[in-house]
Design a protein around this ligand. Structure first.
Ligand SMILES: Nc1ncnc2c1ncn2[C@@H]1O[C@H](COP(=O)(O)OP(=O)(O)OP(=O)(O)O)[C@@H](O)[C@H]1O
Ligand SMILES: [Mg+2]
Length: 216
């Protein structure tokens, strides 16, 4: 389903992040762990198609993502990849409902308000659809960003540190929700974390080493 080969990303002369070889099948759940600075967000951004690796290839369902033009890749992402970013990237001036609708709009998928309503009630934010992000708790914002990521039923669901700002109970909750959402549609799930509480929920764990600097 997802294959990442021989990849690294160079930010500047002193910072090259080596990326692991990944090979996942449809429906796999994969956890990426590593200390702060080990490259979790870099990896997730490469997998999301928003950061072109300096070297290496990424294929998703047979499509080589970085061979496409940027607009083709945006369209592919909208339809096939759901992303929950470490900084949630909700738009503060838009309601919860519109924040989620945008994902449908961007992917060129017809708006489906019923789907959004069902999803929000399933995620426990059904009463908050007309609220603005600034009026929500951190956990509720996280759920809005989950709703936005899964609304188009992506084949690949990516979450960068989805539990870092949450307490133990909420953290279990969010991991459970992500797994449930992924299982419902048979999506491949990749979560990154430095949160050891999350590890016991995954059989498949890839641990990143700290960046080594120069790559030969
Ligand atoms: N835009 C950037 N420009 C230069 N260096 C960067 C940039 N983004 C990340 N880096 C560097 O790349 C390395 C990996 O960073 P990354 O954000 O991927 O780590 P992380 O594992 O997600 O860390 P955290 O757990 O703190 O979120 C770090 O050394 C970081 O300083
Ligand atoms: Mg990070």
């Amino acid at each position: 389903m997802l294959v990442l080969k021989n990849a690294h990303h160079t930010y500047d002369a002193r910072t090259t992040v080596k990326l692991p070889e990944l090979h996942t099948d449809k429906g796999d759940h994969l956890l990426i762990t590593g200390l702060s600075g080990s490259g979790k967000s870099t990896l997730l951004h490469v997998l999301a198609g928003v950061l072109r690796p300096t070297r290496g290839t990424l294929t998703i369902n047979g499509t080589d993502l970085y061979k496409m033009s940027e607009s083709q890749r945006d369209r592919f992402r909208g339809r096939n990849i759901g992303v929950i970013y470490q900084q949630l990237h909700l738009i503060d001036t838009l309601s919860v409902e519109v924040n989620i609708r945008i994902a449908q709009y961007m992917a060129g998928i017809p708006e489906d308000l019923n789907r959004i309503r069902d999803l929000c009630s399933e995620l426990g934010i059904g009463e908050k659809m007309r609220s603005y992000p600034g009026q929500l708790s951190q956990g509720q914002k996280q759920r809005v960003s989950i709703a936005r990521a899964v609304v188009n039923e992506p084949a690949l669901l990516l979450a960068d540190e989805p539990t870092s700002s949450l307490d133990d109970l909420r953290s279990e909750d969010v991991v459970g929700l992500l797994k449930k959402m992924a299982e419902k549609t048979g999506a491949t799930l990749v979560i990154s974390t430095h949160d050891s509480r999350v590890k016991r929920h995954f059989d498949n764990v890839v641990d990143l080493e700290l960046p080594v600097g120069e790559v030969a």
